[in-house]
Design a binder for this molecule. Structure first.
Ligand SMILES: Cc1ncc(COP(=O)(O)O)c(C=O)c1O
Length: 386
């Protein structure tokens, strides 16, 4: 029924299945020992992905978990965020970001964003710090790196932890280093539409801090103590009341096959973003711009347009799978339980939420697809008299 009313999509948000088809032999080889070997092969595969991913992000440790949502919660817990604490974050993110804070019994304190790249406005962070602030949770929204290096200087001054939400930013870099470099812990999501997606759920938490890494593995694995903490050989020992949320080994095997291709897919995403930028210059669409040091990846390409709702409907009608990611702001959703946000306290967040449109970006899109999107956006703006 629903299909009848949906316009046919000519340029989709993703064609990941094509990549999986192309890598079919490699994927099947990786799944083989997990499906038909011993469980130790499955655990070894997940451990290998943790080691490879940590290396790719320039970090010493990684912990593979069920999802970015649970990853953010565990990273906050492992960083010492407890009931009664405050965590500074942004209002233009997925519910997972603020929910992770609330699940710790802590309170999200929302900071405004920069209009240019839609990430946290570092100049407004320090005025939000109170005696209860324990951590800052910047979000690399849409794949745009937040300025975590500058945040780290603030965190150092006030003895705060930084947990970076890089759910959408696998492959992005800043100041010449992969995102994750300047945070105490960073969470990457492998959900299907993310820059490095699996076929279900999965995520990785990276850190350079051995204590955080140990806590993460303990919390993700029921609360079991690490082998070197077991006092009586053969006996179980629980070091915490934990959860059972490691990444599924089948998904870990799939991500392991895909990880080496990440740099080339990131480059293709950047190429598509450059084509959108060039094709939409001198139109009424406002395009994102980035700090000199920022090397984003593009989960999608964000443009800002007047009469956004109309433009959204027209582009969808033209077969472009346009999206409205992270609008309205999180504090306008019924599920948000953090402090009320007054109308004028986050002016940039509010304005962006009313203007943003996300154009499709995926490594599998062809030049024809990209040209078609540009043509349709230009035509739409013309028809709207903009
Ligand atoms: C910014 C952001 N953070 C966290 C998450 C949660 O990741 P996951 O879907 O793996 O739970 C998402 C999911 O879309 C997200 O967009």
């Amino acid at each position: 029924m629903q299909q009848e009313i949906l316009p046919s999509i000519r340029v989709p948000r993703s064609r990941t299945y094509k990549t999986h088809q192309r890598l079919r032999a490699e994927i099947q080889r990786a799944l083989e020992p997990i499906l038909y070997g011993s469980m130790s092969a499955a655990y070894a595969c997940r451990q290998q992905l943790e080691a490879d991913f940590a290396r790719a992000m320039g970090q010493r440790y990684a912990c593979a978990v069920h999802s970015g949502t649970v990853g953010l919660f565990l990273a906050l817990r492992a960083s010492g965020v407890e009931a009664g604490a405050e965590v500074i974050t942004v209002g233009n993110s997925d519910i997972s970001t603020t929910a992770a804070i609330v699940h710790c019994g802590a309170t999200p304190v929302l900071c405004d964003i920069r209009a240019e790249d839609l990430t946290i406005d570092v100049s407004k962070v320090e005025m939000l710090i109170t005696s209860r602030t324990r951590a800052i949770l910047p979000v690399d929204l849409y794949g745009h790196p937040a300025d975590v290096r500058s945040l780290r200087a603030i965190a150092q001054r006030h003895d705060l932890q930084i947990v970076e939400d890089a759910a959408l930013a696998t492959g992005a870099a800043d100041y010449g280093h992969p995102v994750a470099t300047f945070a105490h812990a960073t969470v990457f999501s492998f959900a299907p539409f993310k820059p490095l997606g699996c076929a279900g759920n999965g995520a990785m938490i990276t850190t350079d801090d051995e204590t955080i890494a140990r806590r993460l593995h303990t919390l993700a694995g029921y609360g079991h103590a690490k082998d070197d903490e077991v006092v009586l050989p053969g006996h179980q020992r629980y070091a915490a009341e934990g959860f059972n949320v490691p990444m599924d080994p089948l998904q870990a095997a799939l991500v392991s096959v895909k990880l080496p291709y990440l740099p080339q897919w990131t480059e293709r995403r950047r190429e598509i973003a450059r084509a959108y930028r060039d094709g939409l210059q001198n139109t009424a669409a406002q395009l994102p711009s980035f700090r000199r040091e920022s090397e984003p990846t593009f989960r999608c390409y964000t443009i800002r347009v007047p009469r956004r709702e109309k433009a959204y409907a027209m582009l969808l009608e033209a077969g472009v799978e346009i999206a409205l990611h992270y609008t309205p702001p999180i504090y306008d959703h019924p599920g948000y339980s953090g402090p009320t946000v007054s109308d004028n306290s986050l002016p940039v967040t509010k304005q962006m939420a009313g203007e943003l449109l996300c154009l499709p970006v995926a490594p599998e899109l062809s030049q024809n697809d990209v040209d078609y999107v540009i043509e349709q956006v230009r035509a739409c703006l013309r028809k709207l008299g903009l």
